[in-house]
Design a protein around this ligand. Structure first.
Ligand code: SF4
Ligand code: SF4
Length: 422
């Protein structure tokens, strides 16, 4: 698909602005009716989902071209997909896909941001999005008795992801994941020199690099004979499950987030959370596990011209409803002693942590502002800790909490589960 394939979707936009808000019947209050960080921060229509579709049409009609200002608008967006979900509450049209295509078309035409080019250069040279030595990538697993799936066959693979591998703060969750699997009798394999999933490159507009990474990863996974891939990173989860399907390379590989995997093991009685963890928490739905985590739906056909929008054959839309919402809450609920309360914006209408879409790299102040908004929402619940299932969200929140001098704690779900079991 290219930008022109979304021309009809973009032209369908009626500028109703519903993509800026949570649908009315789901709004919990005036303070938290907004759902798009970009329009909330910059307060000009171009910075909304619908506004970006207008820019896409103008690009196709050659009324505008890529300029510094256009790139500034295009990249001040977390690619969180909230606009897509809110629009599809009433409409049958794509919003996030064309927004991504505007970036992809720009990159293909050489219209890029130097800060992102630098990250992609690292990906091309070392296979990681975080500039750093590939040989150090497996350091998080030092001392663990875990097999290398690039050398030994492995039915289950654990993929740590760049953000986890290169951040010591994230190592406890990764190490706990392996230990919990071992406790349940599962011998998972890891790749000490694992390569990036490519998901973030795709969001930044570097589609060819993302596809290269997908092929490289799937080759290694197939050689290992793996049937299931488990990851604790929401962005990796989205890449392996949704994007690899879109690229046509996933095959029948089952992709599970750690919350889904451990939820299954708890239900099967293979893991028993028994120790009390006395903590009052709220749960943050990562965008790529929640609304963007629902399965990819392949559709090929035509949209019939006319006043009523008809697809031939009928098209099923991904509306964010079938993301991973239950398993993380069920795992938290299975831990004795933990009390969970929800924020105003949850599940498909959750507010982004600020880290997505390359914003942390292109505009750290905007990423921080977005995280602060969420931290404020957390504070209203009166909890002691925020629990999530993505190292990107964790990192974003930790940074914002530190800057604010707040004493809120941040945990990955697996860390709390491990405290209750190991
Ligand atoms: S993208 Fe959808 S919700 Fe937003 S203005 Fe256009 S039609 Fe309305
Ligand atoms: S993807 Fe997120 S930040 Fe970007 S326009 Fe849509 S809602 Fe706003």
């Amino acid at each position: 698909m290219t930008l022109i394939d979304y021309q009809q979707d973009m032209e369908t936009c009626c500028r109703c602005s519903a993509c800026k808000f949570i649908p009315l019947e789901n709004v919990k209050g005036f303070e938290h009716a907004n759902v798009c960080p970009s329009i909330s921060r910059f307060e000009f229509h171009a910075y909304s989902g619908g506004g970006r579709l207008g820019l896409g049409v103008a690009l196709l009609e050659k009324k505008i071209d890529y300029s510094d200002k256009l790139l500034e608008v295009v990249y001040n967006c977390q690619m969180c997909g909230a606009c897509d979900t809110s629009c599809k509450y009433a409409m049958d049209m794509e919003v996030l896909d064309p927004i991504n295509e505007i970036r992809i078309t720009g990159v293909a035409g050489g219209h890029t941001l130097p800060v992102l080019d630098k990250i992609i250069a690292s990906l091309r040279q070392t296979g990681t999005m975080v500039p750093g030595s590939r040989a150090k990538r497996g350091d998080w697993a030092e001392g663990l008795d875990v097999k290398d799936f690039t050398k030994q066959k492995s039915e289950v693979i654990y993929h740590a992801g760049c953000r986890t591998a290169y951040s010591r703060d994230m190592w406890p969750a990764a190490r706990a994941s392996i230990k919990l699997m071992q406790k349940a009798g599962i011998e998972a394999g890891i790749a000490p020199e694992e390569t990036c999933c490519g998901g973030r490159a795709y969001q930044m507009g570097y589609r060819d690099d993302a596809i290269d990474q997908a092929k490289r990863n799937m080759d290694a996974i197939k050689k290992a004979g793996a049937k299931t891939l488990v990851t604790g990173c929401a962005e990796c989860y989205h890449a392996f499950k949704v994007l690899y399907d879109k690229f046509g390379v996933r095959g029948d590989l089952e992709v599970l987030h750690t919350s889904e995997y451990f939820d299954q093991l708890i239900r099967a009685g293979r893991l028993k959370p028994e120790k009390k963890v006395d903590l009052y928490v709220t749960y943050h739905d990562p965008c790529h596990l929640g609304r963007q985590g629902e399965p990819y739906i392949r559709w090929q056909g035509k949209r019939r011209p006319g006043q009523v929008i008809l697809f031939d054959p009928p098209k099923e839309f991904r509306r964010g409803t079938f993301g991973v919402y239950g398993p993380p809450r069920d795992v938290i609920g299975s831990i004795p002693g933990i009390r969970l309360t929800e924020m105003a914006r949850t599940k498909e209408y959750a507010w982004c942590c600020g880290a997505g879409g390359g914003v942390r790299e292109t505009n750290p102040a905007f990423a921080r502002w977005t995280a602060n908004e969420r931290i404020g929402e957390v504070a209203e619940t009166g909890v002691e800790a925020i629990v999530t299932g993505c190292p990107g969200c964790e990192d974003s929140f930790r940074e914002a909490i530190k800057a604010a001098g707040n004493n809120l704690k941040v945990f990955d779900i697996v860390e709390l589960l491990a405290e209750s079991i190991l």
